[in-house]
Design a protein around this ligand. Structure first.
Ligand SMILES: Nc1ncnc2c1ncn2[C@@H]1O[C@H](COP(=O)(O)OP(=O)(O)OP(=O)(O)O)[C@@H](O)[C@H]1O
Ligand SMILES: *[C@@H]1O[C@H](CO)[C@@H](O)[C@H](O)[C@H]1NC(C)=O
Ligand SMILES: [Mg+2]
Length: 359
């Protein structure tokens, strides 16, 4: 606004002959005004959250590093997530919004990866005003209120995307989302140039669900039984099964996915594999360090890790390969085991290096 007024004044003055001198002064003011405006904007965005690179740094390297360091046993997720996020961020004008559909059983890292993505793209991570975590059971609990929810969700997406076109929406527990809500979200994920004057193509939509999880687990089990290494499992061997399972599932989310697939709105299906003992052990180690029971990884006695592992159940009953709850509840089990250990006393563990020695 300010800038435009100055420029207009300058043009008016310059078009009048004989006042070239004052035009010069005016030009000076215009430059000053524009400078003041720009620095005011820069200052404002230093203090308040703005929809710019300062508040949305899109740190792809950080994302790659964190996924490599912190995410255990998900080689397909690591590869695909980085690839798609990178591809989406590379251009300021992507062809459509990035839509990733995360599938997998409980506790395998779907919310964990969403958080890592949010933290590396947005300052403040999940607390950023541009990141919206929408849980189906929390936000849309009553079946009879679908019409109201539709209007609400539409206004949320439009309101937030108008404020910032680089917003991210994470839909958790998509399996439990009323299917009609899809009609509301669909247009924003499409290839439209603009909808109502707003460009939705820089947005990011993540869908998290358990659907297809059993099919993924069966594939990994078959792979394991044929004696092949887990990391040799290719995306192409799982992808089709996930898509089919998600579409054909009995619950209503089948409808969800079939519509999204037929419209090519989902950029990619990301399969999360069930976690094995070796991965859970890493989660236990992480939790022991995180919760300050130990300072260094190598000082953790393997007995401590094993006693936490004993608190978890593994499937199938015969082979006992996959953790039934992934790495979920590992930190609680860690607290429980460490508490137990303090109560029973260190001598019964018969080893050095407990919490007390460390601190
Ligand atoms: N692959 C993993 N690597 C490292 N930590 C993990 C992994 N999976 C899960 N965790 C740990 O377990 C916790 C629970 O996982 P998360 O909430 O991501 O599970 P989920 O896949 O969303 O499960 P649900 O379907 O039950 O919601 C995470 O906060 C994280 O600490
Ligand atoms: C943005 O989305 C949140 C839900 O995450 C909602 O509470 C808020 O009202 C929305 N803002 C706008 C401007 O619509
Ligand atoms: Mg979850």
């Amino acid at each position: 606004m300010l800038k435009r007024t100055f420029v207009l004044g300058l043009v008016l003055l310059a078009s009048t002959p004989g006042i070239a001198f004052s035009a010069g002064i005016s030009a000076g003011f215009a430059a000053l005004g524009s400078l003041a405006y720009t620095s005011f904007d820069a200052l404002r965005c230093k203090i308040f959250v703005c929809c710019n690179d300062v508040w949305i740094p899109s740190n792809i390297e950080g994302l790659s590093r964190e996924l490599a360091e912190k995410l255990h046993g998900q080689h397909l997720v690591q590869r695909t997530v980085i690839g798609h996020v990178k591809g989406h961020m590379r251009t300021s004008n992507p062809p459509k919004a990035l839509v990733l559909s995360f599938h997998g059983l409980t506790g395998v890292g779907k919310n964990f990866v969403s958080r890592i993505i949010a933290e590396n793209i947005y300052k403040g991570g999940l607390r950023s005003p541009f990141v919206h975590l929408i849980s189906a059971t929390k936000e849309f609990p009553h079946e009879g209120m679908v019409e109201f929810y539709k209007a609400q969700l539409k206004s949320w997406i439009e309101g937030n995307m108008t404020r910032c076109g680089r917003s991210m929406f994470i839909f958790d527990e998509v399996d439990k989302l009323p299917p009609l809500l899809l009609d509301v979200i669909k247009p924003y994920m499409d290839y439209y140039d603009e909808l109502g004057g707003v460009n939705y193509r820089r947005g990011i939509f993540l869908f998290l669900s358990n659907s297809g999880g059993s099919a993924i687990a069966q594939t990994v089990l078959d792979h394991w039984q044929s004696g092949k290494k887990r990391v040799s499992l290719e995306l192409s061997e799982v992808e089709g099964k996930v898509t089919r399972a998600a579409v054909n599932s009995d619950s209503h989310q089948g409808l969800w996915h079939s519509q999204l697939i037929s419209n090519h709105l989902i950029t990619a299906f990301i399969p999360f594999l069930p976690l094995e003992k070796s991965h859970v052990k890493k989660c236990i180690t992480d939790a022991l360090i995180d919760r300050k029971y130990f300072k260094k990884r190598h000082t953790i006695p393997s007995e401590v890790i094993d006693s936490v592992l004993k608190e978890l159940t593994f499937t199938p009953t015969t082979e006992q390969i996959f953790s039934s709850t992934g790495c979920k509840r590992v930190s609680e089990k860690v607290d429980y085991v460490m508490m137990d250990r303090e109560v029973v006393g260190k001598e019964s563990w018969n080893m050095p290096g407990g919490r007390k020695d460390e601190m």
